[in-house]
Structures are given as structure tokens and as C-alpha cells.
Design a protein around this ligand. Structure first.
Ligand code: OGA
Ligand code: NI
Length: 320
């Protein structure tokens, strides 16, 4: 089935705010409330922001870009040796055209690679080992190093979210004490083939099931977010920034004050696009329920159960 590819009207880029988060890392905490207020405004009005002065090492990022490219360039048979579908913990390679968000027929024009912290297989689902490609030995150390860097950025952001809604700066310390449920995912998007196939976009419209997401994108473009008036707004690359967006869990915590905003990727540019997503999640047993304006319509969810359910919905598993 086929329908015309949706058109994006490019709105003023300033609609996606750029926040200088440098002050969040200062020993002197007096500038935190002002930054938190800026973050809160972005999370309410857009659900997306760019952050600059993020502290992530450029060398570590460069290494991961190189290794990711080497991995995605492998022959499919090599990549399928570490396929997600053979990992009960959903680690490893996602081949092109895995389940999309548009129902039965939707497929993603994207391949991916997922890792999470290595944990012994135990009673909690998703705890387990990663899979690594033999042919690209540099991928594992590059992903591990990047994970450390981007996890630091995630922790830096936490007071930015809580202070802005009137909670203490360290409110989330316990919920995010361990990265066990944090997910690092490499994405590779080939150019959109048929410009008339809305059933196979890079990624169809979706919200993230994380608390929040830290995204690096290359210089091509293609990420679009649905604004409050129902228009798709481009999120063009800005050098030396990351895109940070609110996910479903933070939306529940803030009782909808922060928006888990729908977004998609369409690679309209005739060249390969790469991105690196880091999904920031609290520890498995965290009960997530509204912390502010408590009279809400959000049911409490156990964070890990919510994430596991989404994995099962989206990612392939070989019948066993
Ligand atoms: C995602 C996502 C955007 C991108 O992985 O959830 O929305 O630019 N990625 O790759
Ligand atoms: Ni997303």
C-alpha cells in the first residue's frame, strides 16, 4: 500500500529552543534555577530542545561514529550474526524494515544496533549480555566509552528537569542511581527510496518510551517533530549540540506538564544518515506516577515493565 509522502513545512527554527546547560555543571549552584526555568519552558511548549555546553568528549563521539559506520558497512550476513532477534534481551542488530509505528504495514527504513549495560541474566527481563560483532572489534569499546560520556550528560540534566517543576535538585538521584535500563542505540538511515511510500519512512511518527532521550545526529537532517498546531517542524542539525526530548515516563512524572512529543525521521537527502540515541531510564522497579499537579489522569507504571512491553511490541524476536 502506498500514499504520498507527507510534506514538511519548515517553520522558524527558533521553535526548537537552544539551551546552554553549562551552568548545570558549575560548583556554584546559583545559576541552576534560571537554566531549569528555560528547560521547563522548552519541555512544556515543545518537548524538544538543543543543548550546548554538554561536556561530551568530541573524541569519544568521533570514535563511535567511525566504528558505527564500519559496523553498518558489514555484509548483512555478518550483521545478522548478532541480530536482536536471537537475543532474549533484545541486544544487537536490527535489520532494515523492522516493525514501524504505522500499524501492521509500517516498516522502518532504518537499521540499528542496541546495547545496554551488561548484567547477569536474572529475574528481571532485559538483564543479560550484549552481542558484539567479531568483524568490528572497535565497536564495543567505542560504545562503552560513549555510554559513560552520555550517561554523565543525562545526570547533569536531572536537576534541570526537577527544579523547573518545583522539586528538589537531587529528587531523581535514587531513581537514576544505576544505568541498568538505559539504552544506547545506533541508527543508520538509507536515503528514502520511493518518495511516495508513507509506510516506510526512516521512522514513522512515535513518542519515545524513555524518561528522556539524548540524540546526536549527523549533519544531514531529517528529524521532524509535530508541533502544537499539528505541523511537522524540522529539527536541523546544529553543530556541537545534542537534541534532548521528553519521553513518556517524564510526561507521566510531570502529569503532562512536560510533553512527550511525537516525532519522525524522513531522510529526503539522497545520502546515508546516521544518528545515536541514548534513552535515559530509571532503574527497573521505579514506580512512575505524577509528582506534581497530582490530580491527573496518568496511571502509575513500573518503569521497567513499561520499557519491556515496548521492546516486545517493536523489536523482532525469532520464534523459540
Ligand atoms: C528514536 C528517534 C531520531 C533520529 O530513535 O527514537 O526518534 O534522528 N531517533 O534518529
Ligand atoms: Ni524517537
Amino acid at each position: 500500500m502506498s500514499m504520498p509522502l507527507p510534506v514538511t513545512r519548515k517553520l522558524d527554527f527558533s521553535e526548537i529552543p537552544v539551551v546552554d546547560i553549562g551552568p548545570l555543571g558549575e560548583a556554584d549552584t546559583k545559576r541552576i534555577p534560571a537554566v531549569a526555568a528555560e528547560i521547563a519552558r522548552a519541555c512544556q511548549d515543545v518537548g524538544f530542545m538543543y543543548v550546548k555546553n554538554h561536556g561530551v568528549s568530541a573524541t569519544v563521539l568521533r570514535n563511535l561514529r567511525r566504528e558505527a559506520e564500519a559496523f553498518f558497512s558489514l555484509p548483512s550476513t555478518e550483521k545478522m550474526k548478532v541480530a536482536v532477534e536471537i537475543s532474549p534481551q533484545y541486544r544487537g542488530y536490527l535489520p532494515l524494515e523492522y516493525t514501524g509505528e504505522e500499524g501492521e504495514e509500517g516498516r522502518n527504513l532504518q537499521e540499528g544496533f542496541i546495547m545496554m549495560p551488561d548484567r547477569p541474566v536474572g529475574t528481571l527481563p532485559l538483564h543479560g549480555p550484549n552481542q558484539w560483532p567479531e568483524k568490528v572489534p572497535g565497536l564495543k569499546p567505542a560504545m562503552m566509552a560513549y555510554f559513560v560520556e552520555v550517561e554523565k550528560l543525562a545526570r547533569l540534566m536531572l536537576p534541570g528537569f526537577t527544579v523547573g517543576v518545583g522539586l528538589p535538585a537531587d529528587y531523581f538521584r535514587d531513581a537514576f542511581r544505576d544505568p541498568e535500563m538505559m539504552i544506547l542505540k545506533l541508527n543508520h538511515y538509507p536515503p528514502q527510496k520511493a518518495m511516495n511510500d508513507a509506510y516506510m519512512l526512516g521512522v514513522g511518527g512515535h513518542t519515545d518510551f524513555s524518561a528522556f532521550t539524548i540524540l546526536w545526529q549527523d549533519d544531514l537532517g531529517g528529524l521532524e517533530v509535530l508541533n502544537k498546531s499539528g505541523e511537522w517542524v524540522a529539527v536541523p542539525p546544529i553543530e556541537d549540540t545534542f537534541v534532548i526530548n521528553i519521553g513518556d515516563l517524564m510526561q507521566v512524572w510531570t502529569n503532562g506538564r512536560f510533553s512527550s512529543t511525537e516525532h519522525r525521521v524522513i531522510n529526503r537527502y539522497g545520502k546515508d544518515r546516521n544518528s545515536i540515541a541514548f534513552f535515559v531510564d530509571p532503574v527497573y522497579p521505579t514506580k512512575v506516577e505524577p509528582l506534581v499537579d497530582r490530580s491527573g489522569s496518568y496511571e502509575p507504571v513500573v518503569s521497567g515493565d513499561h520499557i519491556y512491553a515496548q521492546f516486545r511490541r517493536i523489536y523482532p524476536q525469532r520464534q523459540r
